[in-house]
Design a protein around this ligand. Structure first.
Ligand code: BG6
Length: 510
């Protein structure tokens, strides 16, 4: 049940609104998930009328999926969109313009003064806009309406700034009304990790140090930093991907069973998990963390720039476009189990996956018959993207003489569970914020706990500039040093799928 409300986007002329937010709300509209009284107000510094905003975001927006929509639906949706042209997001005078437009919209659409404010602006404004909203009373609307705040990433730059930002925002909004977005939490397969683990009886007994050899999480991207060099150089892969997305994925893989499916129970367990991560500090940084930077190379798509040749990147930058980490969770369940996390730009394929490698049988009675039987065969591969699903790998006897063992897999495609497409992360997350359900949003304390883990590594890099930034050719799986993190376990190293195979619209990663 979603209350009637107005969704307000600050930074509405930006890329995120065009590519993700307006299209996601359109999907909710098409599926009848919006309340019957609803409107969308964009606010930004571009000079536009309502009509121009609708033209740009609806009729000229290639990201809007109109393939299964009628013209009437498109026009109806367009009529819900409004625009406020402001020059300074942090100035209460400008927010009075927003308030004026909201009053007008409430009157016209019958929305009763319930608002969601979505901050899709430069992060330097994240603490200022809530203060300005409070100045004009929009954090606490008159007439008993509610007001919620969605904050885009990055939430802080390090532990200290994240703590300050929490404090600042919490001056004006209750923690329950603050929604820190991490779009990985909106991905169906990330949520499905919880269902896989806690709705089935047979995974959980194996899900611990007694049966799990290692866990690896990979988020590989084929693209380089493109035109985002300026932003990225200040961030780097550790801040951009690990602090938020990949630690959140790890939390879903490794947390203890929550006592229920509610926001508090799940978020309490995630916090506990972040707190159990063993800090990587001092000499351990060089041993357990590998950073890299892509250099120019030829890929299928042609000759690629190296990171230092990208627009907006200083020629002597040491910012990492790749990072691989070996870490440990110091609790009873995971003591001694190595966790490997890596992410990089300009890798051979776009892929996010989790691989749980199970321990070998205590005795290899078929080992002499076939070399394959020597490796770590039993793996559960959870594909977060693309082609969401999971595969369980195990050894089977090859028909015929002797005992030849071959690795086979049982592969499940998430798509098979639904008639249509798997919903986009932003659809799910926006709908949850509309419903007032923060389960899939990051809580202030766990954002800080995740920063604490990452900060130790950032500090180490800052204090020891001699820790190498390894080159890796654009289009490769990253520096060799990352493979060395696996010590002498050659068979159980990173899973680098060689190629993607599509058959009858099915897909598997070799
Ligand atoms: C964003 C990062 O949060 O996530 C980007 O800032 C990255 O650098 C993107 O490309 C990856 O998201 P996804 O959903 O494509 O894996």
């Amino acid at each position: 049940m979603v209350d009637p409300h107005v969704l307000v986007i600050f930074g509405a002329s930006g890329d995120l609104n065009t590519r993700k937010l307006v299209p996601a709300v359109f999907e909710l509209y098409k599926f009848g998930l919006l309340p019957d009284k609803f409107a969308f107000l964009g606010a930004s510094r571009t000079d536009m009328t309502d009509e121009e905003f609708r033209q740009r975001l609806i009729y000229d927006n290639e990201h809007l999926d109109t393939s299964n929509a009628t013209q009437e639906q498109i026009d109806d949706y367009a009529k819900m969109l409004y625009y406020a042209d402001i020059s300074d997001y942090a100035n209460p005078e400008d927010l009075k313009i927003v308030r004026g437009r909201l009053e007008e919209i409430d009157e016209k659409h019958g929305t009763p003064g319930n608002y969601i404010f979505y901050l899709s602006t430069p992060p330097s404004l994240y603490d200022k806009i809530p203060a300005a909203l409070a100045e004009v009373g929009l954090n606490n609307p008159k007439g008993g309406g509610w007001s919620r705040l969605i904050v885009e990433k990055p939430f802080g730059y390090d532990t200290e700034s994240a703590e300050k930002l929490n404090d600042k925002i919490q001056e004006y909004f209750d923690e329950d009304d603050i929604y820190r977005i991490d779009h990985y939490l909106g991905k169906e397969t990330v949520q499905n990790l919880l269902v896989t683990r806690f709705a089935n009886g047979f995974f959980e007994p194996l899900w611990n140090r007694n049966y799990v050899h290692s866990i690896q999480i990979t988020a590989a991207e084929t693209v380089g930093v493109g035109s985002r060099g300026g932003y990225y150089d200040d961030s780097g892969a550790l801040r951009d991907m690990v602090q938020n997305h990949l630690l959140q994925v790890l939390a879903h893989v490794a947390m203890e069973p929550p006592i229920g499916p509610d926001a508090k129970s799940i978020r309490d367990e995630k916090l506990k998990l972040f707190r159990s991560l063993r800090p990587i500090e001092g000499d351990d940084i060089a041993k357990n963390v590998v950073r890299g930077q892509y250099v120019s190379a030829k890929t299928e798509a042609g000759l690629q720039n190296g990171y230092l040749e990208e627009e907006g990147v200083p020629k002597d930058s040491k910012t990492e476009t790749y990072v691989a980490i070996k870490c440990y969770i110091d609790n009873w369940r995971w003591a001694g189990v190595p966790i490997y996390i890596r992410t990089g730009k300009h890798m051979p394929m776009k892929l996010t996956e989790v691989v749980i490698t199970f321990t070998n049988p205590p005795q290899r009675i078929f080992a002499e018959m076939d070399d394959e039987a020597l490796s770590c065969d039993n793996r559960l591969i959870i594909r977060i993207t693309p082609k969401e699903g999971m595969a369980l790998e195990f050894g089977m006897k090859v028909p015929g003489e002797g005992f030849r063992v071959k690795n086979v897999d049982m592969d499940f495609f998430y798509q098979d569970l639904t008639q249509g497409d798997v919903p986009e992360a932003y659809e799910r997350l926006l709908l949850d914020a509309m419903k007032g359900d923060p389960t899939l949003y990051a809580r202030g304390d766990s954002v800080v706990a995740a920063w604490k883990f990452v900060d130790g590594i950032l500090e180490g890099w800052k204090n020891n500039p001699d820790i190498p930034v390894h080159d890796y050719p654009a289009g490769s799986w990253g520096p060799q040093a990352a493979t060395d993190l696996w010590d002498n376990c050659e068979e159980c190293s990173w899973r680098n799928p060689a190629e993607a195979v599509f058959e009858n619209d099915k897909y598997s990663l070799l």
